[in-house]
Design a protein around this ligand. Structure first.
Ligand code: HEM
Length: 421
């Protein structure tokens, strides 16, 4: 019941408060969550930055779009992720993203080795095979939705593989994972609340089945490795939220990284052509997309003690909204930050400054190497197989969301004629 109550509260109270502060108070953080911010959040981030490095918002304590301040907060151990709200929920469903040390350290240590670039070395081939299979299924010579055909199914196949979910179950996993992932973007309606709760329950049951199978027949996959230390390093009840997080965190995000990268390249056809001519530039294109139009637009932190940040006193337990996508366009750190230019990251000996799209510090995205790998392979293969790719329809942004950003559908076709425009 408490879950229903908090979702309904979010729906009704939070929405009307956001509308009031956005329309009447003109608060940029509130406007980010209204149609204005959904369409184009970037001018609002600039507005925040113009107002100062750390400015109040009536909705959530303070907000910042300064790269320096975001980075400082993410790396400062006096800040954590455990908000009063998450702790009060007390539903035992917390995992890495909502845990502070020492629980965070213990759990992260268990899963981190499976996600290092070294551990993933063998995954490149598998990712390539999945991408090829998906592109083989695209109708020849006809427009197709790149999100439905490639960006969306790829991450789910890869993560279910890594976790050790049997192929038979992966369609149900994909469906429920997508529903739960959609909550990241905010709850949309009461119907959405019901769908979320049902998906959550089904996913829980599905995971229990997977755990049972792996207990009977341990294999060389992440779930088996975690089960082997259950009761010792993993407490009862921690395993399901952890697996659920791995599934959801890697799903909604990577879909949008692929969608946003293709969208950015097709909006800059000269740079798409460069990738077609030299597919090794796909990595730089993905990196520049992460900076320029990241899938995860913001996060938050809360100070564990009274302290001062950028000259502003902050009370223990207050909130600081870190506008990561705004920090990525901070002119103090990036020259001409509004310009999409893959060459910022093409020269590996002198790359541009670090963007914050995978966060920083203790909660730095565990799946960053995997997300990069999937997006790079997807863009490389697209460039090789569909060199004349172009947009063939209007872009629909993802439903309602403002934390997660990316196209809900991206219809593409192939230009006829010679490659050079
Ligand atoms: C483009 C794709 C992705 C983006 C943009 C992204 C972004 C992020 C961000 C911003 C955070 C930190 C949030 C914070 O500091 O509050 C995070 C954490 C995390 N991500 Fe990702 N992520 C992506 C893909 C993945 C994938 C593929 C996986 C794994 C399968 C994954 C697993 C995680 C986990 C487990 C955490 C929590 C780490 C911790 O709390 O220690 N992510 N991600």
């Amino acid at each position: 019941m408490s879950a229903v109550r908090s979702l309904v509260r979010e729906l009704v109270v939070v929405r009307s408060t956001v509308a009031w502060h956005g329309h009447v108070g003109r608060d940029p953080f509130a406007r980010l969550q209204l149609t204005e911010g959904r369409r184009d959040p970037y001018p609002l981030y600039e507005e925040v930055r113009r107002r100062g490095p750390l400015v109040p918002t009536p909705l959530a304590g303070h907000q910042t779009a300064s790269h320096r301040v975001c980075r400082e907060v993410l790396r400062d151990r006096r800040f954590g992720v455990q908000s009063e709200e998450a702790l009060n929920r007390g539903d035992g469903e917390l995992s890495l993203l909502e845990l502070d040390p020492p629980d965070h350290t213990r759990l992260r240590r268990l899963v981190a080795p499976s996600f290092t670039p070294r551990a993933l070395a063998g995954t490149r081939e598998r990712v390539g095979a999945v991408v090829d299979g998906l592109l083989d299924a695209v109708p020849a010579g006809e427009p197709f939705d790149l999100v439905g055909a490639l960006a969306s199914p790829l991450p789910i196949r890869v993560i279910t593989d890594l976790l050790g979910v049997p192929d038979d179950d992966s369609a149900a996993f994909a469906r429920d994972g997508a529903t739960i992932g959609s909550a990241l973007a905010g709850v949309q309606s009461l119907g959405h609340v019901v769908r979320l709760l049902e998906a959550n329950r089904r996913l829980g049951a599905l995971l229990e089945e997977v755990f049972e199978q792996h207990r009977r027949e341990p294999r060389d996959d992440l779930v088996s490795r975690l089960l082997a230390v259950e009761g010792d390093q993993v407490r009862p009840g921690e395993l399901a939220p952890l697996c659920r997080l791995l599934l959801v965190a890697g799903f909604e995000t990577t879909v949008n990284l692929i969608g946003n990268t293709v969208l950015a390249l097709l909006a800059h056809p000269d740079q798409w052509r460069e990738v077609v001519e030299d597919p090794s530039l796909a990595a730089a294109a993905v990196e520049e997309t992460l900076r320029w139009d990241p899938p995860v637009q913001r996060t938050f932190r809360s100070p564990h003690e009274d302290l001062e940040l950028a000259g502003v006193p902050l009370a223990r337990g207050s909130m600081v909204m870190l506008l990561l996508a705004g920090a990525n366009r901070d002119p103090e750190v990036f020259a001409e930050p509004g310009r999409f230019d893959l060459h910022r990251y093409a020269d590996r000996s002198a790359p541009a400054a670090e963007h914050l799209s995978f966060s920083a510090g203790l909660h730095y995205c565990l799946g960053a190497p995997l997300a990069r790998l999937e997006a790079v392979v997807a863009v490389e293969r697209l460039a090789e197989r569909f060199p004349r790719l172009q947009r063939a329809g209007r872009v629909r942004r993802r439903r309602g969301g403002t934390v997660i950003r990316g196209p809900a559908a991206l219809v593409v076709g192939q230009r006829s004629g010679a490659l050079a425009a």
